[in-house]
Write a new protein. Structure first.
Length: 221
């Protein structure tokens, strides 16, 4: 089979790593220590609404973004939480696990000759802590710390394009807002890993859409 691309890049959290499980588990554990019972669905709904607003305030270390987001989520759920205690969320990030399909799919893509990369809205040290969950290597890493901004701002994609040169490149990601929309705006081929069976918020048709990374690997390999 002739490979249609040379390099596949991924968003990390939500695409490779089960960020919803990691976030909600961390909230539930700390709240339980305070004698609070939270609802997992409400945690994730609040988080999804608040984090993009915090990120849009401008670049700062992602640990600070996570802590402020956690504090605001707790406030919305009527659970008073100091900013210092809200640092439980960035402290938990290294324990967030890959989806079951992640490592097998990455191994298949690497074995087929694809270069692999990550474009992530985190700091270098946080991503380094996560990478021990992966069984393979990545040829390209672009973080928010490196580019000084958060997706959907274009800097991750522009930096990756410069580093990749003439390589044929596909970006694969779960977040329609953070990844699919900006990649498409820049003319970068993109595969939507639609794990949550969402409907595109802008009503646009996505050329490549898959339920998980296994389906992506089936297509590419």
């Amino acid at each position: 089979m002739v490979r249609p691309y040379d390099v596949i890049t991924f968003d990390c959290y939500g695409t490779l790593i089960d960020w919803q499980g990691g976030i909600s588990d961390a909230f539930l554990a700390v709240a339980a220590a305070d004698g609070r019972t939270l609802d997992r669905t409400r945690i994730l709904q609040a988080y999804a609404a608040i984090e993009p607003v915090v990120e849009a305030q401008g670049y700062r270390p992602y640990r600070d973004v996570l802590a402020e987001t956690a504090q605001q989520v707790a406030e919305r759920l009527e659970w008073p939480l100091s900013l210092e205690r809200a640092r439980f969320l960035p402290d938990s990030l290294a324990s967030w696990r890959p989806f079951p399909d992640t490592n097998p799919a990455l191994q298949r893509l690497a074995a087929a000759g694809y270069g692999l990369g990550i474009l992530s809205n985190v700091d270098d040290d946080l991503l380094t802590a996560t990478r021990h969950h992966f069984t393979g290597n990545f040829d390209l890493i672009v973080t928010a710390q490196q580019v000084g901004s958060y997706k959907p701002a274009p800097a991750h994609f522009e930096t990756a394009r410069r580093r990749l040169g003439d390589s044929r490149w596909l970006h694969a990601a779960q977040s329609y807002f953070h990844d699919v929309v900006p990649a498409r705006a820049l003319g970068i081929p993109v595969a939507w890993i639609n794990r949550g069976h969402e409907i595109a918020a802008d009503g646009q048709r996505v050329d490549h859409e898959f339920r998980d990374l296994s389906a992506l690997a089936d297509w590419l390999c």
